[in-house]
Design a protein around this ligand. Sequence first.
Ligand code: BTN
Length: 241
Amino acid sequence: MNQEIHHFKSLTSTQDKSKQFAKKGERNIVIIADKQTKARGRFNRKWHSSKGGLWMSFLLKIENVSNLQFLTFSAAIAVVRAIKEIGKINTKIKWPNDVYFKGKKLCGILTEGVFGKENYVIVGVGLNVNQIKFPNSIKKNTTSLKTISNKNFDIKILSQIIVNEFYSLYNKYYLKGKYEKIVELWRKYCDTLNKEVVVKSKTKKIEGEAIDIDKEGNLLIKLKSKKIIKIIEGDIKLSYN
Ligand code: BTN
């Protein structure tokens, strides 16, 4: 399926541009920028977006606020599959939605929904592709496809594969409410399960073993006391112990 892709040399954020398009009634389009000057990550953190990376947002129609996590999962699966196809590189998903290679972050996903008079959702994907230098604050835990393989990648081809993979999951499973299929695939690529993890929120710190993902995509953690706690995606930071 050919999705409409709008390409820009520079934007503050592909999320913001998507909102402008949404206000004009546009849906089912993709916004891509070569660089972003005011990009954001989850929890409003600054997101480093220099030239050489793939910075994209999917603007989608949404009916139901409670199912957004399956779009985030679909985007993560699409990224993992696209990287495998273009670079023969096996990456993993860290719950809920980061793509990692050997302990370093390659890609982050930010899903923002707007509900009310207008209903829409924007799934933003930030993937480090051809950059080799990162700011000191992130360089220890960050990598790019070029750093991994010593090769440059064609960002246009890569973005097209991600768009195709994402829309294939969206049409085949998301729109039909087959969320369990998305979770099943996501689980295949996820390496958080069976690991000792630390989950920190603003007020709490929980340590335990990540034992499962439920059908909503929540992470189940078994504490030392054997009690099982459900972690919902939100304002938390997960690290491996
Ligand atoms: C994270 O915190 O891990 C999510 C990062 C999401 C970054 C992407 S880049 C494209 C889109 N535009 C933004 O401003 N953010 C998202």
